[in-house]
Ligand binder design. Structure first.
Ligand code: PBG
Length: 426
């Protein structure tokens, strides 16, 4: 409503008459109250941010140097003549609304908007998920344009190098495991010479200062495609799975992982992992718990990437019901008590309320996972010209931060960091 009100000398006079402050009409230069010219010059700047940057001349048309010389000589500029910017033909002439509060005042210039910005984002907030495989070539992932299963010896190292170049120093690894190595109990998960431990050692050797997060769950190693061991009646066995996960996390820690990240949603796994890590002397290895991980359809493209779709059924007996909010507090309390260092919410954008809930109920750092489906939707809509991919990407990441996420796991990490570094697309 306020945005349609534009000033003309006529309605400013109406304001003067009504407010009864006794100022002379704005039509006369000599009697212009201070607010007049200020409003006017602000209006000029607001009209275009580029114009503001290019404004090396005073409104009088003289150069800044000429204005300074005059000021030194004691000649100060007179208030500019009051010429109100013209409104388009047909704009209704109305009395300005009588409002003490006009929130738009705090948005009127780039400098003010920057000063009052509540949320910031930097490449340091990003964790880049990387898919790895045993192959030498990088294989494109159909459902995730721009993402690849990276060859662990070549493509992966190059990707990490490029990410570091734009300030992304944190990575989480997801392995594509050959079918021959999968089993019902997922024992390949704790093979010290398996793909993940080998890759960690290689990365740490080449880039000692990066932070390596690992995924702790059986699904990439399970012939059933589930995060845990499946009993013959289809039940996912909790405590037996946790036993395997402890061996997996210890193996990752031994290889040099900085943060192990259980994404499996078994009960009690945080406490068990903490004890197992400590028992082996890994007191400094952190645990990022997938605290509120929902049984979401937004994981579809990821499961294609790893070929890890559950062979039967779904994950609803361990991942949370997307309809639930309070239940996230139960998981939060358990993870905090059991010694989690970071709490994660997944997916990200459709679950902003859960991110805020955890932010307000825990002092621990909060992570948000912008998952594969969120990534692919933005990519697809961008490719079809329906949205501006880069702007929607940056906005979605900022929104995750605003909701309360400290770090964001995102496939956009490199692209977004490049934008933040002023390096434009890609
Ligand atoms: C499995 C795991 C999944 C994701 C991360 N770890 C998939 C699942 O739970 O089925 C999904 C990530 C994404 O969609 O980007 N432990």
């Amino acid at each position: 409503m306020a945005s349609t009100v534009s000033f003309s000398p006529a309605n400013v006079q109406m304001l003067q008459a009504r407010s009864g402050h006794g100022h002379a009409a704005f039509g006369s230069c000599s009697a212009v109250p201070r607010a007049g010219p200020r409003l006017r010059s602000t209006a000029i700047r607001v009209s275009s941010e580029q114009e503001a940057a290019a404004a090396v001349r005073a409104p009088s048309g003289r150069t800044i140097e000429e204005c300074e010389a005059d000021a030194v000589a004691g000649k100060f500029p007179a208030p500019p003549p009051l010429v109100r910017p013209k409104a388009p033909e047909g704009t209704p002439e109305i009395r300005p609304l009588d409002m003490a509060k006009r929130p738009r005042r705090n948005r009127k210039s780039p400098a003010l908007r920057a000063a009052f910005q509540e949320t910031s984002i930097s490449p340091a907030n990003f964790v880049l998920p990387l898919f790895i495989h045993e192959g030498e070539e990088d294989a494109p992932i159909g459902a995730m344009p721009g993402c690849y299963r990276l060859g662990w010896r070549h493509g992966l190292l190059e990707e990490v190098y490029k990410a570091r170049d734009v300030g992304v120093n944190s990575f989480v690894l997801f392995p594509k495991v050959p079918d021959a190595l999968k089993s019902p109990t997922g024992d390949e998960a704790y093979n010290d010479n398996g793909l993940v431990p080998r890759t960690i050692r290689l990365l740490k050797d080449k880039f000692p200062d990066i932070v390596i997060y690992t995924d702790v769950a059986l699904d990439p190693y399970s012939s059933d495609g589930h995060d845990g061991i499946v009993r013959e009646d289809g039940v996912i066995m909790n405590d037996e799975t946790v036993y395997q996960l402890c061996k997996q996390a210890v193996s990752q820690a031994r290889a040099g992982a900085d943060v192990v990240s259980p994404s499996d949603m078994m009960d009690g796994r945080i406490g068990a992992l903490r004890s197992a890590l400590d028992a082996e002397g890994f007191h400094d290895v952190s645990i990022m718990s997938y605290t509120a991980k929902y049984a979401s359809s937004f994981y579809g493209p990821f499961r294609e990437a790893l070929d890890s779709n559950p062979r039967f059924g779904d994950k609803k007996t361990y991942q949370m019901n997307p309809a639930n909010y309070r239940e996230a507090l139960i998981e939060t309390a358990a993870d905090e008590a059991e010694g989690a260092d970071i709490l994660l919410v997944k997916p990200g954008l459709p679950y902003l309320d859960i991110i805020r809930l955890l932010r307000d109920n825990s002092a621990l750092p909060i992570a948000a996972y912008q998952v594969s489906g969120e990534y692919s939707m933005i990519k697809a809509a961008g490719a079809l010209g329906m949205v501006d991919e880069q702007k929607v990407m940056m906005e979605s990441l900022m929104c995750l931060r605003r909701a309360g996420a400290d770090v964001i796991l995102t496939y956009f990490a490199r692209h977004a960091a490049a934008v933040l570094c002023g390096m434009g697309p890609k």
